[in-house]
Design a protein around this ligand. Structure first.
Ligand SMILES: NC(=O)c1ccc[n+]([C@@H]2O[C@H](COP(=O)([O-])OP(=O)(O)OC[C@H]3O[C@@H](n4cnc5c(N)ncnc54)[C@H](O)[C@@H]3O)[C@@H](O)[C@H]2O)c1
Length: 306
C-alpha cells in the first residue's frame, strides 16, 4: 500500500453531500483532488461550494490555493491518484459497478475506500481483482467538521490497508476508529439507532414530545458524551468504586429497562415526528438550521480541540 504520509492526490468519486464534504476535508489539508460525478451540474457547482466551505471554516489560504480538477470520466479522475474515496448513491448495483471500475482502473497499491453507510464491503469484494486494498471509510455529515471516520475492513481487506487508510484519515485531521469486523450500520449508526428507537418510543408512549426529547439530549447526553463515552461516564458515575460499583447499584434497574424496551412503529410514527420537528424548528428553514448547527458544531469542536 502507498505510504499514507506520502499521499498527495486523492480521487473523489460522487460529488453529492458526502463527496463534497470529503473534497473540502482533503483540500483543507492541502491535498490535490481529482473529482468525478456523472451529473455535470454537480461538477460545475463544486469549486465555488468548496471555496465557500473553506472560507467559512477559516481555511482562506486553502481556498486560494485550491488544487481541484474536474473530470468527465471516473477512469480519468482516478489516473494519478494515490487514494480513492467513493461516494456514489447507496444502491447495491451502482456501488458494485463503480467499485468494479475503480478496481480495474487503479494500481493495486492504491486504497479504494467506500463511504457506504449501510452496505457491507464483503458482498462486493469477491468480484474484485484486488479486494485486499478495499476498505470502508465511513464519515459523518458534515464531513469537513465531524472528527470521526469509521474504518471497516471487509473479510478480504488486508490489515495493512485498513491501517494505512486509518493513518491517512488521521493525517487529514480525522479521528479514525478501525472496527474489528464488518457489521450492518458499522458502529455509530447502530448506537444512534438504539438511542433513536427509545426516543421514538418515548414520543409514542406520550412520555415526552419530539422537542422535549431533543432538548434533553442536547442539554445532557450531548455535552456529556462530547467529553466522555457512555462507559467512561458510568465509570465516573460509580464514584470511588467506578463502573463495578455503578453496575452493582444501578445495573438491575438498567437490565430491567433493557428487557422491557420495545420497538416503536417508525412508519406509523412518521407524521407525528415530522410535525414535532417542524414545531421545534419554529419557522426556521433548513438552510438556517443547518448553518446554526455548523456554527455551533465548529465552535464546540474548536473549544474541545483547544
Ligand atoms: N448523507 C449522509 O449523511 C451520509 C453519511 C455517511 C456516508 N454516506 C454515504 O455516502 C454515499 C453518498 O451519499 P450522499 O448522501 O452523498 O448521496 P448523494 O445522493 O447526495 O450523492 C451521490 C452522488 O453520486 C453521483 N453518482 C451517481 N451515479 C454515479 C456514478 N456511477 N459514478 C459517480 N457518481 C455517481 C450522483 O450524481 C450524486 O451527485 C452513500 O454510500 C451513503 O451511504 C452518507
Amino acid at each position: 500500500m502507498r505510504d499514507p504520509a506520502m499521499i498527495e492526490t486523492v480521487a473523489v468519486i460522487g460529488l453529492g453531500t458526502i463527496g463534497t464534504g470529503w473534497v473540502a476535508r482533503f483540500a483543507a489539508a492541502g491535498l490535490a483532488v481529482r473529482a468525478f460525478d456523472p451529473d455535470a451540474a454537480q461538477r460545475e457547482a463544486l469549486p465555488e461550494a468548496i471555496r465557500q466551505v473553506l472560507r467559512d471554516g477559516g481555511h482562506g489560504e486553502a481556498a486560494e490555493a485550491l488544487r481541484l480538477s474536474l473530470h468527465d470520466t471516473l477512469e480519468e479522475a482516478v489516473s494519478g491518484a494515490d487514494f480513492i474515496q467513493e461516494n456514489v448513491p447507496e444502491r447495491q448495483a451502482i456501488k458494485a459497478d463503480v467499485l468494479g471500475r475503480l478496481d480495474r482502473a487503479a494500481p493495486v497499491d492504491v486504497i479504494i475506500s467506500t463511504s457506504t453507510s449501510g452496505l457491507m464491503l464483503g458482498q462486493f469484494q469477491e468480484a474484485l481483482s484486488a479486494p485486499e486494498r478495499t476498505v470502508v471509510g465511513h464519515p459523518f455529515h458534515p464531513v469537513y467538521l465531524m472528527p470521526l471516520v469509521e474504518v471497516v475492513p471487509g473479510p478480504r481487506t488486508a490489515p495493512e490497508a485498513a491501517d494505512a487508510a486509518a493513518r491517512f484519515y488521521e493525517r487529514v485531521g480525522h479521528v479514525a476508529v478501525t472496527l474489528q469486523k464488518e457489521a450492518p450500520g458499522h458502529l455509530v449508526n447502530r448506537l444512534q439507532a438504539a438511542l433513536w428507537r427509545e426516543a421514538v418510543a418515548c414520543v409514542e408512549d406520550g412520555i415526552a414530545s419530539v422537542e422535549q426529547v431533543d432538548k434533553a439530549v442536547v442539554n445532557c447526553l450531548g455535552p456529556r458524551w462530547s467529553v466522555v463515552g457512555p462507559h467512561m461516564a458510568f465509570h465516573l458515575g460509580g464514584g470511588k468504586g467506578g463502573l463495578r460499583h455503578f453496575v452493582e447499584q444501578l445495573g438491575p434497574g438498567i437490565q430491567k429497562r433493557w428487557n422491557e424496551f420495545r420497538t416503536p412503529d417508525l412508519a406509523a410514527m412518521t407524521d407525528t415526528l415530522v410535525r414535532g420537528v417542524e414545531e421545534e424548528a419554529g419557522g426556521r428553514d433548513l438552510n438556517t438550521l443547518q448553518r446554526e448547527r455548523d456554527r455551533k458544531l465548529s465552535a464546540l469542536l474548536a473549544h474541545l480541540a483547544g
